[in-house]
Design a binder for this molecule. Structure first.
Ligand code: CA
Length: 235
């Protein structure tokens, strides 16, 4: 079953959060909520939502900072900024925060939902060609799909087919956390798999031994405790 898409709401006005949550759930999205900027940034990084609705005036850390830090970390999650005033638009555009879109309060729910859908769809479409790119250039690591070849510092890594597929899958979705269950379904192609998922841990361990400078301190394939694994790009 396809995972529900998740929208992170970062907004300190509780009544607005309630309205957003209600309508997003009605449209079939899951939601995550943060009432201040620091929590918002943390959830954005840890949970890899499909879209972020971001208020600007927030306690702790404002929305400008949240967006800038998110982009500094290399995350391309679509960000839809909720501005309190029309004039803030100019500031947003001028700062070049890397926000994808903005909407001014008070907004109509219909318009907001249209924006949410459009931004999630746009990113999904942009990602596709990248995932199918012949060559994934990841700095020291280069993956050539056509030849099923991975090199690190120019040296060929001796990977099994499964290890190659696992690495390619994670690397082409860099930053996104996948549960063991999801990896069983997407890399092992065990649709609706509900059995033992330790095969994923074993494959990750072997892959790290071949891939990492120090397999005990992995820099590429990172464990998110209680959640799964993700690929970390070098910056
Ligand atoms: Ca606010």
């Amino acid at each position: 079953m396809e995972r529900k898409q998740r929208v992170l709401i970062v907004e300190d006005e509780k009544n607005i959060v309630d309205i957003l949550r209600f309508n997003l759930h009605k449209e079939g999205y899951d939601t995550l909520e943060a009432f201040d900027g620091i929590t918002g940034l943390r959830l954005a990084l840890e949970e890899s939502p499909d879209l972020i609705l971001l208020d600007l005036m927030l306690p702790g850390m404002n929305g400008f900072e949240v967006c800038r830090l998110l982009r500094d970390k290399g995350r391309n999650t679509p960000v839809l900024i909720i501005t309190a005033r029309e004039e803030e638009k100019d500031k947003i555009l001028g700062l070049d925060l890397g926000a994808d879109d903005y909407i001014t309060k008070p907004f109509s729910i219909r318009e907001l939902m249209a924006r949410v859908k459009a931004n999630i769809r746009r990113v999904a479409m942009e990602r596709r060609p990248d995932q199918e790119a012949e060559v994934l250039d990841l700095g020291r690591l280069i993956i050539r799909r056509e030849e099923a070849l991975v090199t690190k510092d120019g040296e060929r890594l001796d990977l099994t087919q499964r290890e190659f597929e696992l690495l390619t899958y994670l690397a082409s979705h860099a930053g996104r956390v996948f549960s063991r269950q999801e990896l069983m379904e997407r890399v092992w192609n065990y649709a609706g798999y509900v059995g033992d998922v330790r095969a994923v841990d074993v494959a990750v361990r072997r892959l790290r031994e071949k891939l990492e400078d120090d397999p005990a301190q992995p820099k590429y394939i990172i464990t998110r405790r209680g959640a799964g694994y993700y690929f970390q790009k070098e910056f």
